[in-house]
Design a protein around this ligand. Structure first.
Ligand SMILES: *Cc1c(COP(=O)(O)O)cnc(C)c1O
Length: 393
């Protein structure tokens, strides 16, 4: 049994239970008050930065509107994300197109809708941007290594070597674009704050060389996402992240910082969500097997994709939890007819021995990368629904 108090206040827990008591599982309930607090805290810790919420973490329109009302900007990855954000009345000046993998037609669409800020990491993409989005602002994403200390790494696929970033910035200028700066993403749920140190040092090197040899003055650093939310595996506090990152920035750039952008996803919405599921079956594979298999009505295909390789270990609460109650190890699995739909097998959750069919499991900190990752209906299981609690003053 986890210590629920470490993850959610008693009051928020009671409000969640009252709000959700008649909902049919599985579902994710979002508490917008938590997102509001997360946003204010991030603002407080990084007062010198602009926030571009990474919409993919949780694209619920209520969340986008809430963050827009608090002053957030938005980082987008596709046309449907752009259409959704624009339909909420958010202006194109507050948007960036951060996906480095895009079709020329997508670039043209964003440009036509008024977006003028584009990420890139390749010559081919930059050529497309130069022709389909003339005169736009460009930032180049550099490659950073983050495979061992980030719980959900984003390495290899995105970004380019700093030498290539150098060439891309020059090419951007030569093709009539505005070279804005450098971006990176140190990996999601990054537990090693030092990863920002390396990335900022590479960025500084690029700023200096480009100014010295090309006369190009970059003006912006995009520090990406990677800031933590609360799962079982502990992290430093956000205030420790902020203090260290500020120190790295000042060490490299002095007190007069360039424009700084953050692109948080997980850290803004992760702990705002609770995913509720029901036990479909509890069984053993033979009469003397020590471990029970607990099958749920949620799995990898309808909400819990980030259990791939058991990467994200959510805090789990059950409707049978009692202090001092007897518990034993279980293997947790989802409801579909797919062998991959096992949630946790190597990592052994201990759950009450009297857990039965129909009992509930609550996965805490499931506000990010759950509903937006659900398949459209594998095996007929619908994508998990999101319910937003009313925002009280
Ligand atoms: C997914 C993503 C983010 C958000 O990352 P988190 O670790 O969830 O904060 C930010 N920037 C880009 C470009 C992304 O793809």
């Amino acid at each position: 049994m986890i210590n629920r108090d470490e993850f959610i206040s008693d009051e928020d827990w009671r409000e969640f239970l009252a709000f959700s008591k008649d909902l049919e599982t599985p579902y994710v309930v979002i508490n917008p008050k938590t997102i509001e607090l997360n946003y204010q805290r991030l603002r407080g810790f990084f007062p010198y930065s602009e926030i571009f919420y990474a919409v993919k973490a949780n694209p619920a329109p209520e969340i986008i509107s809430l963050l827009a009302g608090m002053g957030s900007n938005f980082d987008l990855a596709s046309r449907p994300e752009l259409d959704m954000v624009l339909s909420l009345g958010i202006q194109a000046e507050r948007l960036s197109y951060g996906n480095t993998i895009k079709k020329a037609g997508d670039v043209a669409y964003f440009y036509e809708k008024g977006v003028r800020m584009f990420a890139t990491d390749s010559k081919e993409d930059l050529r497309n941007i130069a022709s389909a989005a003339p005169g736009s602002q460009i930032y180049v994403r550099i490659l950073v290594e983050n495979s061992t200390t980030a719980d959900w790494p984003l390495s290899r696929k995105f970004g380019c070597h700093p030498d290539m970033a150098y060439d891309l910035i020059i090419m951007a200028r030569d093709r009539g674009l505005v070279p804005l700066g450098i971006s990176f993403h140190v990996g999601s749920q990054q537990r090693d704050i030092g990863q920002w140190d390396d990335a900022i040092a590479k960025t500084k090197y690029l700023f200096s060389c480009l100014e010295e040899y090309e006369g190009i003055r970059l003006s912006m650093i995009n520090l990406g996402g990677g800031f933590p939310t609360a799962y079982i595996q502990p992290t430093n506090t956000l205030s420790e992240y902020a203090a260290e990152i500020k120190r790295y920035l000042v060490d490299d750039f002095g007190e007069d910082l360039p424009r700084i952008i953050l692109e948080p996803g997980r850290s803004l919405v992760g702990n705002s969500g609770i995913l509720a599921s029901e036990v479909v079956l509890v069984s053993r594979k033979n009469n003397t097997a020590l471990n029970r298999w607990v099958y749920l009505d949620t799995g990898k295909f309808n909400g819990l994709l980030e259990t791939i390789d058991e990467a994200i270990k959510y805090p789990i609460v059950t409707s049978k939890d009692v202090p001092g109650g007897k518990e034993a190890e279980v293997i947790l699995a989802g409801p579909t007819c797919d062998g991959q739909d096992i949630l946790y097998e190597r990592y052994k959750y201990r759950l009450p021995v009297d857990l039965k069919i129909g009992d509930r499991l609550y996965f805490l900190s499931t506000g990010a990368y759950t509903s937006s990752y659900a398949s459209v209906g594998f095996n007929g299981f619908a994508p998990i629904k999101t319910c937003i609690m009313p925002l009280k003053e």
